[in-house]
Write a protein that binds this ligand. Sequence first.
Ligand code: C5P
Length: 324
Amino acid sequence: MDPVSVTVRVPAKVNVQLGVGGLRADGFHDLANVFFAVALGDEVTATAGEPGAGVTLSCTGPDADAVPLDGSNLAARAARLLAARHGLAEPDVHLHIAKAIPVAGGMAGGSADGAAALVACDALWGLGTPADTLLELAAELGSDVPFALVGGVALGRGRGEILEPLPVTGSYHWVFAVADGGLSTPAVFRECDRLREEAGTGSGDAEVATPDADPALLAALADGDAVALAAALANDLQPAALSLRPALADTLRAGTAAGALGALVSGSGPTCAFLAKDAEGAEAVAAALRASGSCRTAHATHGPVPGAAVAAGSPGIVVPGPGA
Ligand code: C5P
C-alpha cells in the first residue's frame, strides 16, 4: 500500500561565490553561483489529505509566522506542479514545514521547501519521477530550487539553475547570523543594478562581463583549505544588501572580530555567513555574535551536506494496525 506520510529533510545554502552578470531581457541576471549546502535545514512532511481537501499547509518554528500558508508557498506550488506533470487532478495533500532556515534570509529556505515537497510528494504518491524531470520542475519553481535537490557544492550557471557538482574535500564549519526581518531578492538585484548605474559601469548584460567561477575558490574547496576558501569568499550582491541594510556591516565586523576566518552576506541577505576554523571556533563566533546585539540570533552548523532526501525514520510505508 502507499505510504500515508513522508518526511523529507532539506538543506539551506550559502553562496561561497556569487558572481552577478548584467540584467538580461527576461529580468534575470546570469550568475556564476557556487552553492554550498549546510546542515541547517527544514523538514517537510507530506501526508495524504482527505478527498477534496486540496493542498493545505502548516508551519512550525521560530519564524513560522512569516511563512505564507497559501497557494503562493513554493511547497504548495511544487505539489501542484508535480501532480500536473503526471496528469493528476488537483492533489489532496497536507504539507507540514518544520522551519529552521531563516525566512527571506538569503539562504534559499523557500526554495528548499519547494524541493523537499517535490521529493516528499513523489514518494507519497509512488510516482518514481526521474531525477532529470524533478530538476526540470525545480527550475520552473525558482532559480535556487534545483540546488536544494542536489546539495553538496555545485556551480550554478544561467540564472543559477544549470548545475555542475564541484569536487570538495572535508567538512567546513559555518556560523549564520540571522537578522530581524528579511530582504526581498528582487529588490536586492534591483539595488545591485542601481549601484552599477550610479557607478557609471552600466547594468545590462551587454555592459557587465559574464561572471566566472574563481579558480582560487575552486582549488580551496577541492583541497579542503578553509583559510584559502575564506580568502576567496565573494558576493557581488553584498554591496546592494549593505546599501539596503547598512547595519549588516556591524554584524560582519562582530563575527570577524570574534575570530571568523572569513565573512560575507549570504546570497541576497540579510543573513550573514562566517567561516570558522573548526566546530569549537564556530560555537565561539556564534556566542560572540549573539552577545554583540548585531543580530537576532546566530547558529553554528557545518557542510557540505546532501540535498533533499527522505529522512531516516520517516514512516514511509505505514502498515495500519489491527482494527484500522
Ligand atoms: O528564480 P527566483 O524566483 O528565485 O528569482 C526571484 C527574483 O530574483 C527574480 O524575479 C529576479 O528579480 C531575481 N533574480 C535575478 N537573477 C537570477 C535569479 C533571481 O535577477 N539569476
